[in-house]
Design a protein around this ligand. Structure first.
Ligand code: SF4
Length: 293
């Protein structure tokens, strides 16, 4: 005989998962699968929040575990809650789906702090190299494209120096709306917006990700360290919720200075170039040859 408490619990669980899906969150992690598996409905009921509440997801996300267990249980049938782009092979189509899912986003307070538009990301959906910055500035907010102001010009030069064109890479930010006065995006804003970035990365499947500046690096790596500590090495990176496959085991992530910082302190350009050379070596890129006189 069906247990009423079970049915109610399943409905509540399904509603909660749907609520998080609407926020753009699809990946949930079990802290202790054995405990959950053995729990009775009565044990789970008061701790429903324990299984799904946001603070726990936040604690787990830094580990970048790939074993997502987003199970929706409704009417006795257990199904996974897939991301809308799941199974879409064409990265351009997957990105379009993610953009549609983002919609006219009001998920964090940046939507009401003067943004003109959402700056989703730009570039080659099959890029081997992806750059991730912090958030849009004034020019980006107006044009709807990341890195189009002075810092964008410098980023273009950096890309060119690597032997690539801007159209060949993909460029995005941790947050997609301009923080007022170009302030640093706050933690809750980054945590709300970054699941969409993770999905973009999982759709594009770049070989290398370059985090531009400390905010991007700390958010992608979930590490609180100085730029001196973060730079100069590769990290293995798998977006939260993505599964490593033979075709794409994840990206290698390098950290370098944000172009806006380099505009303020050009002496650090040599250091940034060292970071980019490390990436070029990994990707087998040669700097463009100078035209003969
Ligand atoms: S920053 Fe991201 S989460 Fe916040 S309103 Fe903009 S798109 Fe939505």
């Amino acid at each position: 005989m069906p247990n009423l408490a079970d049915a109610e619990l399943r409905r509540a669980l399904a509603n909660r998962v749907r609520f998080y899906n609407e926020l753009g969150i699809y990946d949930f992690y079990r802290r202790d699968a054995a405990v959950l598996a053995d729990s009775t409905a009565e044990e789970l009921d008061p701790s429903l929040n324990l299984a799904l509440r946001e603070p726990e997801m936040r604690e787990e996300m830094p580990a970048r575990k790939s074993a997502a267990v987003a199970a929706v249980v409704e009417d006795g049938v257990e199904t996974l809650a897939p991301k809308p782009e799941q199974g879409v092979k064409d990265p351009a189509a997957a990105l379009r789906i993610i953009r549609e899912d983002l919609g006219d986003c009001t998920r964090c307070k940046l939507h009401k702090q003067g943004r003109k538009q959402i700056v989703f990301g730009v570039g080659n959906p099959r890029a081997e190299l992806m750059f991730v910055g912090e958030g849009p500035g004034a020019d980006e907010d107006v044009q709807g494209e990341p890195f189009v102001g002075r810092a964008g010009q410098l980023l273009n030069n950096m890309i060119k120096a690597m032997g690539l064109r801007r159209e060949e890479v993909y460029i995005a930010n941790v947050v997609k709306c301009r923080p007022p006065g170009n302030r640093t995006p706050e933690r809750d804003e980054c945590e709300t917006c970054s699941p969409f970035l993770m999905r973009q990365i999982a759709a594009i499947k770049p070989k290398v990700l370059v985090a531009l500046g400390a905010v991007a690096a700390k958010n992608l790596l979930a590490m609180n360290a100085s730029m001196a500590e973060l730079r100069g090495r590769f990290y293995d990176f798998l977006p939260a919720g993505a599964r490593a496959t033979e075709a794409w085991p994840g990206a290698r992530l390098a950290v370098t200075y944000h172009p806006a910082f380099l505009l303020r302190d050009p002496r650090q350009k040599g250091e940034a170039w060292k970071d980019l050379q490390m990436v070029m070596k990994y990707l087998g890129l040669e700097p463009p040859k100078k035209a003969a006189d």
